[in-house]
Design a protein around this ligand. Sequence first.
Ligand SMILES: *Cc1c(COP(=O)(O)O)cnc(C)c1O
Length: 406
Amino acid sequence: MIAIENIRKDFPILNRTVNGQPLVYFDNAATSQTPQQVIDVIVDYYQNYNANIHRGVHSLSQEATDKYEEARIKIQKHFNAAKSYEIIFTSGTTHSINLVANGFTSLLQAEDEIIVSALEHHSNIVPWQMLCERTGAILKVIPMTTEGTLDLATYETLLSEKTKLVFCNHVSNALGTINPIEAIITKAHKVGAAVLVDGAQAAPHIKADVQALDVDFYVTSAHKMCGPTGVGMLYGKESWLKKLPPYQGGGEMIAEVTFEKTTYADLPHKFEAGTPNICGGIAFGAAIDYMNQIGFDAIASYEHELLDYATEKLATIDGLRIYGPKETNLKASVISFNIEGVHPYDMGVILDKLGIAVRTGHHCAQPIMDFYCIPGTVRASFAFYNTKAEIDTLVAGVERAANMLR
Ligand SMILES: *Cc1c(COP(=O)(O)O)cnc(C)c1O
């Protein structure tokens, strides 16, 4: 059960007004809001123990190091990684994917094949295209269906002993589709390919167990799950992280440096060159604690209630089309829609005047928009701190905007 009134008190931003109206924040798929518990951790860091980590013998440095490493263990436990050094702190999902894509440069040969799903965010497309340019590897695409799901039968025909890597998101940020990553991973492993799952959009809704999934790489950003921006993580199986060369050179990632030869530090430091986002990492741990305290089962069931409610109400609006799976069980709490004859951008502008924050445009997933032959959609995405009353405000706003724009 979600104690919604108490939860809303944790998020000071939800009290503000926008354009004279109470804020209705439905852009959670772009970034989530931050609870006071996490804000307090950020303030505490800068007020009380701001120092560089892993270097100083002085007390502040040791306190900061301890807290940072405690956060790594919180992340490890949350995603059930076998070892804490399999968790690499990064600046976010985009950084994590680029780290892996870069590492594969020396592991791929021309004519090797890598497979991407049609439902990806640009950050899980472009780094792989760049990898193909560097190596001569070939990029294949798992097609999508009109329902906004992946065509697994075609996926099987793409797999062969040439396939080295498969990458797919756990939940599509543009449509909300929950992808069958278990099947995608099992089938890829049968031909010896590694799998990277982009968990950025799943992280706020689903607690992924990387060992149960047997996934090779799992990545996410803290800011999609109540943490700050500019920090995220890469989970990699130890065997893979040992095989991948470092991404960036610098301080912190070396064992010994001479001008003849430098040797690299052990995991996880090999991939953590330079001073990291120390405060961000600690706050990421606090965000995970906060969400687990509420409980992912409670979050998922409440968000589903919101999703079903919104889907039903929006469907009554004339000319409104929702993209993505019809069955809400196949989705996380994201609704991507358009109204016939209305440009999504115009809808977004009017909703903002009413205090309602939605995302409009291609959601960094242009191939999906091309598939439907549309410039973009209006996307309302719900979090566990949203309410049915806010959805009523959205539905009334969409109706009002549609009447003005048609
Ligand atoms: C938000 C998001 C990303 C990008 O995350 P950044 O924090 O911008 O690096 C990638 N993939 C999906 C599915 C996302 O939702």
